[in-house]
Design a protein around this ligand. Structure first.
Ligand code: MF3
Ligand code: CO
Length: 260
């Protein structure tokens, strides 16, 4: 389902032109603004369906389209993943946020044909020290990954750094589910792993755009997918999981975060 037509490729990975980077940057601004909108309002007592409504309406107000809606059959405009949900939680009128929850809100925007993708964790009211540390370390893991984003290095070095950081803090990193190229489509090559060996994977070149979005578990890295909806990914041991996501572009002299 991935069109290869529009991309200039180096070694199989799409490389964006300056004009395309400008377009993705504008999309990323809308995406970040929608996350800010959620951040200002999220609190105990609301349903996850309410977050879906905010994202849908605010994205439209800003001239964008929420990318998740109908993407490969996904039924809502945003993913909301609480506590032991690793990712792809589906907003629901019967699921309410309560004090002590940690929740990931994953927003993806199409703006003037360009795609961007970012997510944040939110701590609802008083959250246990354990869960707060998981959220904080996961946020730091993305920063550790960003520090490895430099042209002419293999992307596996970035994933390796994220993995080592999370392990060093006593956590595990989900394998098989990872990040992706983004910009002209929602999900492009390369697949981006956060457990990759040093020296592995595609060479990062200026103009590559991809996500850093590690899923970090307090317990084991094992997971299962909801049989009924085919989307929602849960930790196998029921322990909490956290994720932060940014869209990043590789530049001649480093990187630029396009949405966060
Ligand atoms: N935003 C998710 C990501 O980071 C995409 C989930 S696919 C969806 O890749 F259909 F659930 F939106
Ligand atoms: Co993503």
């Amino acid at each position: 389902m991935r069109s290869r037509k529009k991309f200039r490729r180096i070694g199989g990975v799409p490389v964006k032109s300056r004009a395309q980077l400008d377009g993705i940057r504008e999309s990323g601004k809308v995406n970040t603004a929608v996350l800010d909108y959620v951040q200002e309002r999220i609190c105990a007592g609301i349903s996850t369906a309410e977050i879906d409504r905010w994202v849908s309406e605010e994205t439209k107000r800003l001239g964008g389209i929420a990318a998740p809606l109908h993407y490969e059959g996904f039924p809502k405009s945003v993913c909301t993943s609480r506590n032991n949900v690793i990712c792809h939680g589906i907003p629901n009128t019967k699921e309410f946020l309560k004090e002590g929850d940690i929740v990931n809100v994953d927003v993806s925007t199409i703006y003037k044909g360009y795609f961007s993708d970012a997510s944040r964790m939110f701590c609802i009211g008083e959250v246990s020290a354990d869960k707060r540390r998981l959220v904080q370390v996961t946020r730091e893991a993305v920063q550790v990954g960003l520090m490895e984003v430099k042209p002419w290095k293999p992307i596996g070095d970035m994933g390796h750094a994220v993995h080592m950081y999370a392990l060093g803090q006593g956590y595990s990193v989900v394998e098989d589910i990872g990040g992706h190229g983004v910009g002209l489509q929602f999900h492009e090559d390369p697949f981006v792993s956060y457990v990759s060996p040093k020296g592995s994977g595609e060479i990062m070149v200026p103009g590559m755009v991809f996500t850093i979005e590690p899923m970090i578990n307090m317990g084991t890295p094992d997971y299962y997918v909801d049989e009924k909806n085919g989307w929602t990914v849960y930790t196998a041991d029921g322990m909490p999981s956290a994720q932060w996501e940014v869209t990043v572009a590789v530049l001649e002299d480093g990187y630029e975060v396009l949405s966060h």
